[in-house]
Design a binder for this molecule. Structure first.
Ligand code: S3P
Ligand code: PEP
Length: 445
């Protein structure tokens, strides 16, 4: 969490003048958009991606695929939002890919590069060089790829693609990140022998994200056996096959809905998120039950999800292993609750955009809070907070968590709120519009 304090722009987080009552249109899912781009690049025919998320992580993904020869044309969707036409071509190097600090880009693309013809070099933000990539690098090597990583198991690296990859059986320890598994599965239909992946680690975080990978692979025509179907636990099998071009409309990013639903909870107000899917693999769907346990209630109708705060915020004891992405905002809500919270199962958050456990504890405590790090999570005792600077360590979810605290605490100043551009560039406007009770942003029909 060390290298981010150079940014000094401060955003005064608005306090909530009253209970919020707003409809907030949340842009598309990062995880769905970036998986869809990879699958479309592997397809045998062009595809459409409607209402994709346009943010730093997804633009990095699109630009990286373009660098390997994929055509991505950006058009306006007559039904609202954007529509990207993806025209797959023979993947090739030489190319240089900037992964920024996007886990999806740095993990999902080395397997794609292994299928490209020519060298593909990967670089990224300073933090990206600290995030683990060993699960992807070691597995690709075992499956036949040539990779120069100076023995680091991390960036920078060059994948010397040969135009095809043998594939076969491999064991992976993905306890650091579920993205190791998703990365290999997403490209596996294109491996000559497909893939049999056995997870050997002690724990496997973010299972909903792996289910999302399997679901999207199947919808693109891949044949996948997965533990979620009651098969052998910890083993995924993907048969070699062609993939279909899809016409896919991206769901709203439910993890990015977290701060807005949190606003309903902590102000005792009401927020509606249009387009909330009835069925989804997104981990953010768990917010319905998690925030209900913290004192709110919800209604899921054709209009979307309406979440209503109950006037008091209850502390939460929960294992967030499957939904770690939600932890920063939940921690902020917990700091405003009327009882202690213990969030566990999220040791892997130390490997995210920043060490999120250390950063949350430090920054909430700087505002007068009482947060301690445990071995695999956080213990949060609510105490009266005061204003101050909340450092964000170039972590979008630290910034949105700080905004939640700012609703109830005067004088919270968020350093570099623009870091929300990683997945939600519109965040400051959506937030102030919500507090003004403004209408939904245009673009989503
Ligand atoms: O596959 C994905 O789209 C993601 C998987 C998760 O990663 P980890 O398993 O590393 O937590 C999640 O936190 C990340 O934001 C997105
Ligand atoms: C962990 C996250 O991102 P990444 O895809 O960079 O891992 C996140 O968005 O919370």
């Amino acid at each position: 969490m060390s290298d981010s304090t150079a940014q000094t722009t401060l955003w005064p987080a608005p306090t909530a003048p009253r209970a919020v009552d707003a409809t907030v249109t949340v842009p598309g899912s990062k995880s769905v958009t970036n998986r869809a781009l990879v699958l479309a690049a592997h397809s045998t025919e062009p595809g459409w991606l409607r209402r994709p998320l346009r943010s730093r992580d997804t633009v990095l993904m699109a630009d990286a695929l373009r660098a390997m020869g994929v055509q991505i044309e950006e058009t306006v969707n007559p039904a609202g939002g954007e529509a990207w036409r993806i025209i797959p071509t023979g993947l090739h190097g030489p190319a240089t890919i900037d992964v920024g600090n996007a886990g999806t880009v740095m993990r999902f693309l080395p397997p794609v590069a292994a299928l490209a013809d020519g060298p593909v070099r990967f670089r990224g933000d300073a933090r990206a060089y600290e995030r683990p990539l060993h699960g992807v690098i070691d597995a690709l090597r075992a499956l036949g790829a040539r990779i120069d990583d100076e023995g680091r198991g991390a960036l920078p690296l060059t994948v010397n693609g040969a135009g095809s990859l043998a594939g076969g059986s491999v064991s992976v320890d993905a306890s650091d990140s579920s993205q190791f598994v998703s990365a290999l599965l997403l490209s596996a239909p294109r491996f000559n022998q497909g893939l049999e992946l056995r997870h050997t680690g002690r724990t496997l975080p973010s299972l909903p994200h792996i289910r999302m990978t399997v679901d999207m692979l199947r919808k693109a025509g891949a044949k996948v056996d997965a533990p979620q179907d009651g098969g052998e636990s910890n083993v995924w099998r993907v048969a070699p096959s062609a993939l279909l071009g899809r016409d896919l409309t991206v769901e709203p990013d439910l993890s990015n809905a977290a701060p807005f639903l949190a606003a309903a909870l902590v102000t005792g107000g009401r927020v509606t998120i249009p387009g909330w899917p009835r069925r989804t693999t997104q981990p953010g769907d768990a917010l319905r039950t998690l925030f209900t346990a913290m004192g709110g209630s919800y209604e899921l109708t054709d209009r979307g999800l309406t979440f209503t705060g109950g006037g008091r915020v209850i502390g939460l004891t929960a294992d967030l292993h499957e939904v770690g992405e939600l932890a920063p905002v939940i921690a902020a809500v917990a700091a405003l609750a009327d009882g202690e919270s213990v969030l566990s199962g999220i040791g892997h958050l130390r490997l995210h955009e920043t060490d999120r456990l250390a950063a949350l504890a430090k920054e909430i405590n700087e505002l007068g809070g009482d947060v301690t790090e445990t071995e695999d999570g956080l213990r949060i005792r609510p105490v009266p907070l005061h204003g101050g600077i909340f450092h964000t360590y170039e972590d979008h979810r630290l910034a949105t968590a700080a905004a939640v605290l700012g609703l109830a605490v005067d004088g919270v100043q968020i350093e570099n709120v623009a870091t929300t551009a990683k997945t939600l560039p519109e965040f400051p406007d959506l937030w102030t519009d919500m507090l003004a009770g403004a209408a939904p942003v245009p673009g989503r029909g």
